[in-house]
Design a protein around this ligand. Structure first.
Ligand code: NAG
Ligand code: NAG
Ligand code: NAG
Ligand code: NAG
Ligand code: NAG
Ligand code: NAG
Ligand code: NAG
Ligand code: NAG
Length: 319
């Protein structure tokens, strides 16, 4: 069986930006009050409700959303829809022979749609971030990573660009990484500042043989990611130490099956719920969902170890 490895990139600058409401308390630990040690998933389950499903011919790889519109994303085409009544307004179409081969999601930041792109399933795997002007739907710019870490295929968002790609062809799902970019004079994606891997249990139970597909930071500051097929999103936080992300909860999303997701940050909290967009490949639909938001922000400074005084010292091999 082919095993596809994705690398999931994000800019953590965003984590700070999304955790923007200073009046909102920080969770003492993870959002249900306990935190795993980064190796096993949380049993916490979060439910959701579907508001509407909209036929959209380009709903095959992912979706992006801004104040008035949403964008359904296919390998080499993107359709802009009016949110209020779902009318399709403009389509960008790259065609099968063009340089845009495999888009996998997107995020709109200040009038620009940033979309992770790869040459999947070609080899060697290359990736780039492609940009469109959402007013005109014209392609405006490209940032190429070449072979680098593989092929990007996820979604990115404001200051917390989230993408994914492959590290090696048909490698191991556990090699999936979440990467934080930092900008430089030549590109907003110039440097890779930090990266983390996903908990083994999440990968083996939910991603394997593929890896993660979409991702979006919620208005509550938590990172929500999807696999390729499961009707769920997984809630993660950055660890205080080490390289393994902490899996704190699973959101049931019965009307989508993995792939690109996008939180609608322009929609206020509806009775404590946020608005999440996703797609159903099978029915070629964009799906709007309501998901309960957490009432506290992730605590990125969980205590690491304890300091002991004389008489309390623990022999390292005693557990
Ligand atoms: C910590 O990790 C071990 C395996 O390394 C696992 O057995 C245990 O359940 C984990 N504890 C928590 C609280 O996640
Ligand atoms: C929080 O998550 C832990 C880890 O899975 C679980 O054991 C516990 O029951 C959860 N607590 C609540 C209140 O849901
Ligand atoms: C919030 O979402 C939950 C779960 O999806 C749902 O049961 C509840 O009715 C929603 N509340 C509002 C006010 O939309
Ligand atoms: C959506 O697509 C399905 C399947 O093609 C079709 O049966 C249905 O009528 C469409 N709905 C609308 C509102 O166009
Ligand atoms: C999109 O790309 C995927 C992966 O290469 C492929 O399986 C699918 O058939 C493509 N869809 C279209 C419409 O080109
Ligand atoms: C959708 O909304 C726009 C703006 O209000 C309006 O011009 C258009 O006629 C509407 N389309 C449909 C099919 O209702
Ligand atoms: C948003 O984009 C406009 C140009 O379209 C630019 O003038 C403005 O500075 C940008 N704002 C931010 C916050 O980047
Ligand atoms: C998009 O194009 C419009 C019309 O040309 C222009 O006014 C606007 O500044 C562009 N926005 C961005 C973000 O490039």
């Amino acid at each position: 069986m082919k095993i596809v490895v994705f690398v999931f990139y994000c800019s953590l600058a965003a984590v700070g930006v999304v955790a923007q409401n200073p009046t909102e308390p920080q969770c003492l630990q993870s959002f249900n009050g306990t935190v795993g040690n980064g190796t096993v998933g949380s049993g916490e389950q979060v439910s959701s409700s579907t508001i509407r499903s909209i036929n959209a011919t380009d709903a095959n790889q992912g979706v992006a959303v801004d104040r008035e519109y949403f964008y359904s994303i296919e390998n080499y085409s993107i359709t802009k829809h009016r949110k209020a009544n779902a009318t399709a307004l403009l389509q960008w179409y790259g065609g099968a022979g063009g340089p845009i081969i495999h888009l996998d999601g997107g995020v709109v930041i200040n009038g620009t749609l940033y979309a992770p792109h790869s040459n999947y399933p070609s080899f060697p795997e290359t990736s780039s971030v492609e940009e469109w002007n959402v007013t005109t739907m014209e392609h405006i710019r490209s940032y190429s990573f070449g072979i680098n870490r593989g092929s990007l295929t996820g979604s990115i968002r404001t200051y917390d660009r989230v993408q994914e790609g492959q590290t090696q062809p048909y490698g191991l799902s556990i090699n999936t990484q979440l990467v934080r970019f930092s900008s430089g004079p030549e590109s907003p994606f110039q440097y890779i500042a930090q990266s983390w891997i996903f908990p083994e249990a999440l990968v083996s139970e939910n991603f394997s043989p593929m890896s993660n597909s979409g991702g979006s930071f919620g208005p509550d500051g938590w990172l929500y990611i999807t696999g390729h097929d499961a009707s769920a999103a997984y809630v993660l936080q950055i660890p205080s130490a080490g390289s393994v992300l902490i899996w704190v909860a699973t959101v049931d999303l019965p009307d989508i099956a993995g792939q690109g997701i996008a939180w609608d940050r322009s929609a206020g909290a509806q009775g404590g719920n946020g608005t999440l967009y996703g797609i159903s490949r099978e029915s070629r639909q964009v799906v709007e969902m309501r998901v309960p938001l957490q009432t506290c922000r992730p605590n990125t400074k969980l205590p690491v170890g304890v300091v002991l005084g004389p008489g309390e010292f623990i022999k390292p091999d005693s557990g």
